[in-house]
Design a protein around this ligand. Structure first.
Ligand code: FES
Ligand SMILES: [Fe+2]
Length: 401
């Protein structure tokens, strides 16, 4: 592959380094269709992509439907308790086997509604080919007169799987290098949080978010805007309390800390955590929020009483699907007033989203402008230069192939 348009390796290099010397990426990487096609191969072709959490599919036959970089996938708990990831594309004539065909006159031409749930087997709605939980074809009506056809030869394509801290990752490369060694430093930082035992609550996906996926990552990770865009509602965790760990090339975790004014702060109008502190965390950990990116697209935040995770899935040059969920310890989920308190917590977070989302939409508009900058960064945005460095490595490697 070659770098699209007038982009050069030298031009990209200006965005590598630290906040002190790096500038923003060239604006076209946020909107150009040709660059988007390049990027999907360069960044999503061989990296580990999160597809959910293990506790979302606790029993054999439980499955999730997700789309990653345009590919419909099934994440399934198999009878031997292992987790598999496989393509949802029927190997007969390519219908997505998890798509619902129960549509109305109004939504029958909308993008497919991919189902999640529990099953003993997957039956394609089109011609009733049936696959077992391993993806093996086990039923195919009226195929007995077809020359050379054997069900044993047909499987849903399977993908690599790795579990990390309860998160399920997959990879489009056939034999990818393992993920966990590249997350060791983040593992050490999260040692007291018992992330693997946290429980996903209230997962939801917004399918058509109208800005480039990297704009979402940047907005989540940088703390420069906390005391400005969120002036007033973010005062418990001011931008002056921001710090980022150093990025080590070859790793995939970029993360930092936002110190809070007092222990047990919270993203709601009381500025206080609404749930008990996470068991096992220290007082110092209760007085900061950890913001972490597992590149390219898993975002996590860890606060005093809970955590949250976002998944950012590009769907086009200027669009992505955004998935969001909370993480709580089981002891918190079992509290009698958990549901009502959760509603209050969600209402608090909405106040931030109502400022962040229009800002991201307006940033996308600016990135298309002939006057779009390659601007300088504050020390409170150090992670942006780190993410640029990681991306540029991917872009340059793909261009060199
Ligand atoms: S496309 Fe799936 S059975 Fe025909
Ligand atoms: Fe924000």
């Amino acid at each position: 592959m070659v770098l699209p348009h007038g982009l050069t390796s030298e031009s990209l290099e200006r965005s590598r380094g630290t906040y002190a010397d790096a500038v923003g990426l060239p604006p076209e990487v946020y909107h150009d269709p040709e660059f988007h096609r390049f990027e999907i191969e360069a960044v999503f072709g061989d990296q580990w992509l999160c597809v959910g959490r293990q506790e979302q599919i606790p029993a054999a036959g439980d499955y999730l439907s997700v789309t990653r970089a345009g590919e419909p996938l099934i994440v399934v708990r198999r009878p031997d308790d292992s987790i598999g990831v496989m393509s949802a594309v029927c190997q007969h004539r390519a219908m997505c086997i998890t798509a619902s065909v129960e549509r109305t006159d109004d939504d029958m031409l909308d993008p497919p509604d991919l189902q999640s749930g529990s099953t003993r087997q997957f039956r394609c709605p089109y011609h009733y080919w049936v696959y077992d939980l391993d993806g093996q074809l086990i039923g195919a009506p009226e195929m007995d007169r077809t020359t050379g056809f054997a069900m044993a030869d047909v499987q849903l394509p399977g993908l690599a799987v790795e579990l990390w801290q309860g998160f399920i990752f997959t990879n489009f490369a056939p034999d990818p290098a393992p993920l966990a060694p590249r997350l060791a430093k983040l593992d050490a930082t999260l040692a007291n949080y018992d992330v693997a035992s946290l429980v996903t609550v209230d997962p939801m996906t917004i399918p058509d978010v109208p800005f480039n996926w990297k704009i979402m990552i940047e907005n989540f990770m940088e703390m420069y805007h906390n005391s400005r865009l969120h002036n007033g509602i973010h005062d418990f965790a001011p931008s002056s309390g921001a710090s980022y760990t150093d990025y080590e090339p070859g790793t995939v975790a970029m993360f930092g800390f936002n110190e809070t004014i007092e222990p047990d702060g919270g993203f709601n109008p009381t500025f206080k955590a609404l749930f008990p502190p996470l068991p096992g965390t220290t007082m110092a950990e209760r007085q900061r929020v950890v913001f972490a990116l597992v590149a390219p697209t898993l975002l996590m935040g860890f606060q005093s009483d809970s955590a949250f995770w976002f998944y950012v899935d590009p769907t086009g040059p200027t669009t992505h699907a955004l998935s969001m969920a909370y993480l709580f310890p089981p002891s918190t989920v079992e509290l009698p007033d958990f549901g009502a308190t959760l509603e209050a917590a969600i209402a608090g977070v909405s106040n931030f989203n109502r400022q962040d989302m229009p800002t991201n939409v307006a940033t996308q508009m600016g990135m298309r402008s002939r006057f779009a900058p390659r601007g300088s960064y504050s020390w409170q945005e150090g992670v942006l230069a780190q993410f640029n460095s990681w991306l540029i490595d991917r872009y340059q490697a793909a261009a060199a192939e």
